[in-house]
Design a protein around this ligand. Sequence first.
Ligand code: BT5
Length: 244
Amino acid sequence: MWRVHHFVEIDSTNSWLVNEAKNAAPEGVVAHADFQTAGRGRLDRQWESPAGTSLLCSILLRPPVAPGQLQLVVAAVALSARAALVRLSGVRPDLKWPNDLIAGDAKLAGLLAEIVTTNEGLAIVVGIGVNLTSVGPANVKSTSVLALSGVTISPRALLDILLDELEHRRAELETEDGRRDLRAEYERSLATLGQLVRVERRDDVVVGTASRVDEVGRLVVNVDGTEIAFEAADVVHVRRHEES
Ligand code: BT5
């Protein structure tokens, strides 16, 4: 089901694949790069990684889900990456809402999902960057598979196992029962739930206990007895709140 295009260097695998999706590329097209000159994070942030030291890829999916279920599609890719890392290195990262793989407080991987409306229907491009032998910029608390386990995984080996893992999770997106199972796996893997968190939006900061993720992927936080649901698109940062 997958067709991988490899690039030695590209601006951003997400940008390339979004463009392909607009030009009617079918589900299963994958962009894989050794190096990105303009790797993107959420909210115009940058993703930085030296050549050949991380998995940098984007996957085009056309699942039968409503735009509100985007978070579940991101979860399918994040969970597949996590399962692939377990198989190849023994490292078992947690998921952090909305789009990270973490070990403790350190970021191991980030995901960026973009929705493209096309004549062929809704396309979703999910990009992921996973630090394998290098960490992120100095001002960020980040880690790598090598630092965590001493194991060196090649980017292509991780991509192949990730895509293998994604096959059954993609199938789960087809049915109500499958989506329920996927949601359950997502909730079990989310370190964010149960934590006291600080949710930073553009104009305010809210502190409360993350209690669940709702049907449309919003993080529900209990703030002094009131539940507030946060959209991933509105959230600048979610941080663990240190009680003092
Ligand atoms: C993300 O955004 O975490 C999504 C990153 C997605 C990157 C992949 S690589 C393949 C595909 N093509 C692309 O162009 N993008 C995707 P966000 O949550 O906004 O986090 C971005 C922040 O993470 C930055 O502002 C830095 O603080 C930090 N960061 C940058 N590079 C990092 C790295 N290698 N490791 C850990 N943190 C990093």
